[in-house]
Design a protein around this ligand. Sequence first.
Ligand code: PRT
Ligand code: ZN
Length: 283
Amino acid sequence: MLKIAIQKSGRLYDHSLQLLKECGIEINNGTRQLRTIALDFPVEIFFLRDDDIPQYVYDRVADIGFVGENVVQEANRDVSVVTRLGFGKCRLSVAVPKAMTYRSVADLEGLKIATSYTRLLKKYLSAKKVRAEIHEISGSVEIAPGIGLADAICDLVSSGSTLFTNGLKEVEVVLRSEAVLIANRELSPENTAILGKLLLRIGAVKAAKNNKYIMLNAPNDQLQNIVSVLPGMKSPTIVPLAESGWSSVQSVVHESDFWNIIEQLKSFGAQGILVVPIEKMII
Ligand code: PRT
Ligand code: ZN
């Protein structure tokens, strides 16, 4: 039985459960217990505060955990980061009052910076050879400059609207973070095998999200051009249409190149382009 720690409530909770579900792991957490056993996969889920997850995985209370990389790096426990999970994206940034003139990181010299991420901030500043006073606070960091508690802050940012409404501007990115899967370094052979199966499923879910299945009709005299812009898992599938001179082409396209590829396909005379989400993709 592999023990998985996830956040019990908060920003990562829904995404963590959703990922498990997409991996075919159904859990019944209606009553919000501390732990629960999955119905159809040999895992037990523990619901914890995110800050405690690295320690629990290190101590082997849980074998693996889903948690923000920011939390893992700040906690500094010797666990292995096995894979990135593609949700909970944010950055840990330094922000200063909007009115402050800011040219470079050297402008932080001598300032008082409020943060809950003292370890990461210390490391960043010392790498940049800047000496500043770090003031540890645990919540509502963004109000610290406004109430005269600090000159600057270092906190998580996603849309930037919290900084904006507090009259702050982002000036340095200390860390780019997302949820990661961490594991204890000494899993039993049985749990290593279960983790292997889980990773195959997570990989399939992530790949499916990043790719689309595309079908189109192509004039045969343009097939070579059309195929040249379509990657496919091996190469595109081409099937002749009932109407002579035309073929149906099917392929898989990565989200990042998607619009670029569609424009090229249209310029080569592709018609009836259908784009379909992929549910799972096993490579
Ligand atoms: O109770 P528990 O300790 O488990 O939860 P928590 O309150 O410590 O964490 P929670 O649920 O707020 O966040 C969990 C994880 O989500 C973090 O460790 C990050 O890895 C990730 N994450 C992603 C974020 C954000 N985006 C985020 N925007 N965590 C916090 N924020 C906060 C930020 O601190 C600031 O207050 O949102 C505000 C800024 O958001 P924007 O959109 O206004 O920029
Ligand atoms: Zn927390």
